[in-house]
Design a protein around this ligand. Structure first.
Ligand SMILES: O=C(O)c1ccccc1NCC(=O)[C@H](O)[C@H](O)COP(=O)(O)O
Length: 230
């Protein structure tokens, strides 16, 4: 059973070399975004399955998807060989229930998208969905593009802190995180885990080893610091 404690996830993998580099750098979870709403996939489903098969046991692959039908989600998870799925779209309670019944072995992370001032709605969703998910991930909505993920933008961390405090399930923080701000974000929000995508990329859009290693070091230091706080 996953507890997502001190999870350090990086999303968006281009190839095996990139995946192995991130595993060696200490990333605990690698997100494979497939069947997306706005952005293009980095690699095909067949290529993703091949990369996942090469991962060391210390690195857990996660399917990140906007799929909303339980059957399609389970099918894709089995093709890829993942045990965790991050649902980033608007899945209904009925489909979530079906997912849990049909694939109880899958751990489910569900997104809570911060759109300005919608904390009341997010608190209600978190309380309603908690029995059907293993963790929540807060992320940022981009008004300009309509994207709910991989925006490179931070949101109001007070909202994520509120959700981390009141959610019955662990909260993972995403949205605009990088080596420069992940420590502060962890200390302010007190999440179980963190996720980054664009913040650890270089100008060529590839994951930058220096930035990945700095992100992991900063996140680990902040999680250690959190333990010492009252
Ligand atoms: O949501 C997407 O379209 C997406 C596309 C590619 C990779 C990840 C995606 N979403 C979910 C995530 O977990 C991202 O890592 C998260 O949105 C953080 O992205 P960033 O703000 O760029 O660090």
């Amino acid at each position: 059973m996953q507890d997502f404690k001190n999870m350090i996830q990086i999303a968006g993998v281009r190839d095996a070399a990139e995946a192995l580099m991130m595993g060696d750098a200490g990333v605990t979870h690698l997100g494979f975004p497939l069947r997306l709403a706005v952005h293009r996939e980095d690699l095909s489903e067949r290529e993703a399955a091949a990369v996942i098969a090469l991962l060391k046991p210390s690195v857990e692959p996660v399917l990140i998807t906007y799929l909303q039908k339980a059957d399609s989600i389970v099918r894709l998870c089995r093709i890829l060989g993942v045990r965790i799925v991050q649902l980033h779209g608007n899945i209904s309670i009925t489909e979530l229930l079906r997912l849990r019944q049909n694939a109880p072995e899958l751990a489910v992370i569900k997104s809570l998208i911060v759109r300005g001032n919608n904390q009341k709605e997010l608190i209600a969703t978190a309380s309603c969905d908690a029995r059907l998910v293993d963790a929540f991930i807060t992320d940022t909505w981009d008004q300009q593009t309509g994207a709910c993920g991989a925006t490179g933008k931070v949101h109001d961390w007070k909202i994520s802190r509120l959700l981390a405090d009141c959610s019955p399930k662990p909260l993972i923080l995403a949205g605009g995180l990088g080596p420069e701000n992940v420590r502060q974000a962890i200390l302010e929000v007190r999440p179980a885990g963190v996720d980054s995508h664009t913040g650890v990329e270089g100008p060529d859009g590839r994951k930058d080893e220096g930035r990945v290693r700095a992100f992991v070091a900063e996140a680990r230091a902040a999680f250690r610091e959190l333990k010492r706080l009252p």
